[in-house]
Design a protein around this ligand. Structure first.
Ligand SMILES: Nc1ncnc2c1ncn2[C@@H]1O[C@H](COP(=O)(O)OP(=O)(O)OP(=O)(O)O)[C@@H](O)[C@H]1O
Length: 315
């Protein structure tokens, strides 16, 4: 070097400087993602280190056959995070085997909490829940949960084919015929057959509507032939077609002796539950009405007001 830059050296210098700047920028950009991943994986490892809860390890009672009678006896409940706010107040409710019961009420009245206690996500603060006469707390939790089918408001489907999604979580080997039987029971068979690869179609977010996802989840629950089926009806995901079919599923369970089981529906659309054997109306943590649709409409109470409000809101 004689203290002067050649054109070639200048070009090289510019390119190397650009490359260095880009690399530094790239490292800076990815450093925060890397740190985020480290933070997230720490949480995953912490969860993996947790021991299963006592509920799942302790051996409780296993009944010879689960009939599906559910009794809430003087059940009181507050969430641990808000112990001073009573959510259920001395709740007494009996659901008979094979009965189809809908729970309705204003938002926040305690409908989901009733189900949360049945699923043993929480324990009553006072009182107890009996299953076929046996305290729920004495039953083998894993055994009991295997016999409950739960369909939540926003069911999770996985990025795998439709058949695998319906089979997901089923503890026994099932044939394709059984999968299709469950889909027919859930009124999902026809739209599933219309997919590009039918039951082999890979599910992605955009493939199915909210209501269709819920019908696939109902098929998944029915395939396990649960003694108790809990359906938390979606507040917003149901399109008119799916609403019609959820109604049909409820009618089917109520009328077909082979499909019968104890069913609890947390309903937001009163039109879907008119065929239920009984409707429980909740207000502020207590049951305020209990009866058939036709009787409750005549009572002119909260149910009839809610039904009227929904009728008025229809276009
Ligand atoms: N995990 C929780 N911790 C604390 N409070 C809760 C929890 N879950 C629900 N709550 C409160 O308990 C009350 C009853 O809630 P719940 O979900 O049972 O009502 P809901 O009738 O099912 O309502 P919605 O129709 O909106 O689903 C509400 O006031 C709610 O804010």
């Amino acid at each position: 070097m004689n203290g002067k830059f050649t054109a070639e050296q200048l070009t090289k210098f510019t390119l190397y400087a650009e490359w260095l700047i880009l690399s530094t920028w790239w490292i800076g950009d990815n450093w925060s993602s890397l740190m985020q991943s480290v933070g997230a994986s720490e949480k995953v490892f912490r969860l993996m280190d947790l021991l299963p809860s006592r509920q799942l390890t302790s051996k409780g009672l296993r009944l010879q056959k689960l009939e599906g009678r559910i009794q809430y006896a003087d059940v009181e409940f507050s969430y641990p995070s808000r112990p001073s706010a009573p959510i259920l107040r001395r709740l007494n409710l009996t659901l008979n085997p094979n009965e189809v019961v809908a729970i309705v009420g204003l938002s926040g009245s305690g409908k989901s909490t009733i189900v949360n206690l049945l699923l043993q996500l929480y324990e009553p603060t006072n009182g107890q829940i009996l299953i076929d006469g046996v305290p729920l707390s004495e039953l083998d939790t894993r055994w009991f949960r295997e016999r409950i089918g739960f369909v939540g408001q926003e069911p999770k489907l996985f990025r795998m084919d439709v058949t695998s999604n319906i089979k997901y979580g089923c503890p026994r080997e099932v044939s394709q015929e059984e999968v299709e039987w469950a889909a027919k029971q859930a009124y999902a068979h026809d739209f599933l057959m219309a997919l590009p690869d039918g039951y082999n179609t890979i599910v992605d977010d955009a493939l199915l509507s909210g209501g269709q996802k819920q019908r696939v989840a109902i098929a998944r629950a029915l395939l396990r032939d649960p003694a108790i089926l809990v359906l938390d009806e979606a507040t917003s995901a149901l399109d008119a077609e799916s609403e019609h079919y959820v109604k049909s599923v409820i009618t089917e369970v109520s009328t077909d002796p082979k499909a019968r089981r104890t069913v609890i529906i947390i309903a937001h659309r009163l039109s879907t539950i008119q065929a239920a054997d009984r409707i429980i109306v909740m207000e502020n943590g207590s049951i305020v009405e209990d009866g058939k649709h036709s009787d409750l409409v005549k009572q002119n109470g909260l149910y009839s007001r809610l039904a009227q409000r929904q009728n008025d809101a229809l276009p």
